[in-house]
Design a protein around this ligand. Structure first.
Ligand SMILES: C[S@@+](CC[C@H](N)C(=O)[O-])C[C@H]1O[C@@H](n2cnc3c(N)ncnc32)[C@H](O)[C@@H]1O
Length: 293
């Protein structure tokens, strides 16, 4: 069994302990390591950046789907079947997101936006690891909706490592499904239909909201920091990342913030001890921090 101290359970991006997909199928650690090396070298997915329990859960889930009982059997399938290579890459990409995900955190973000707006325009925000764009659009919609925030002067940059996710983000068109209730997500704002055109199950972000949101590809591990942001929101990525890489990612973020700029991380995430002195805690429960001088 592969483990990193997390046992057989995992933690989902909302911070819940999950057991269904998390039970690993088992097998030989060496074969598992070879399998990961194959995924990294041949399929160009940087497995070394992620923690082992996360990787094991995703691989085990594919093993169950394909009825492979050992890592060896699954590795053979993976090596020889391009369709399975694609399926595993899809399973490994962590793109769960939503509009106004964790609504209590968004009440905290609202307070931060009000404070920043009072300091005067423009307000510059970076939604790092923004997946399909619902997080940066939530920021832009909230800024337009709140009478205490000057929404037209709030500029949001959304970045992610995934090009397909960014293509969806750029289009700003989302489909409701059996499992995704967009109306419920957007209901954080009372009258959200001023910002989203709804046609049956299709939700289109209006041009007015899109005007203040830009998207670019950015890899938080390998790319350069940015600069001068008033607020960086980077949620639900660190939980999947190997400890060794959390620190460089947070350093990139810290350097991208102006002094006194705010940081929001995921509710199940923490700042590594060595970086804690760089941030003052503003709302511990909501994981809202402020960069120290
Ligand atoms: C679970 S989603 C989080 C989306 C959003 N922040 C939220 O909380 O709803 C994690 C995102 O991190 C992205 N990601 C993974 N590795 C990354 C990296 N090294 N740099 C930037 N983004 C990365 C994934 O493509 C995915 O879209």
């Amino acid at each position: 069994m592969i483990g990193d101290g997390a046992g057989d359970t995992g933690i989902d991006p909302d911070g819940h302990i999950v057991a269904d997909e998390t039970e690993t199928v088992g097998g030989d650690d060496e074969v598992f390591a070879d399998l990961l090396a194959f995924v990294e070298d041949e399929l160009a997915f940087a497995t070394s950046h992620y923690n082992n329990s996360y990787l094991d859960r995703r691989v085990s889930s594919r093993m169950r789907r394909t009825q492979c009982e050992t890592y060896g059997a699954y590795f053979e399938k993976l090596r020889t079947e391009p369709a399975e290579q694609e399926a595993l890459l899809e399973a490994l990409s962590i793109n769960v997101t939503g509009f106004f995900r964790n609504p209590d955190v968004w009440s905290g973000i609202r307070s931060v936006l009000r404070t920043l707006s009072k300091n005067g325009p423009p307000v510059r925000i970076w939604s790092a690891a923004c997946a399909d764009g619902r997080e940066p659009y939530s920021i832009a919609m909230l800024a337009r909706d709140d009478p205490e925030i000057d929404g037209s002067n709030v500029y949001v940059l959304g970045t992610d490592i995934s090009t397909p996710a960014l293509e969806t983000a750029q289009a700003g068109v989302y489909e409701e499904s059996r499992t995704v209730d967009l109306d419920e997500q957007l209901s954080f704002l009372g009258e959200y239909r001023q910002y989203v055109d709804v046609d049956g199950r299709t939700y289109r972000i209006t041009d007015d909201v899109k005007r203040n949101v830009r998207f670019r590809r950015h890899d938080l591990i390998n790319d350069e920091p940015k600069s001068g942001f008033d607020l960086v929101i980077c949620r639900n990525l660190f939980i999947y990342i190997d400890n060794e890489y959390k620190r460089p990612m947070l350093e990139t973020i810290a350097r991208s913030l102006r002094t006194d700029g705010y940081l929001v991380i995921g509710k199940a995430e923490t700042i590594p001890p060595t970086l804690q002195s760089s941030f003052a805690v503003r709302e511990a429960r909501l994981r809202i921090y402020q960069r120290e001088r």
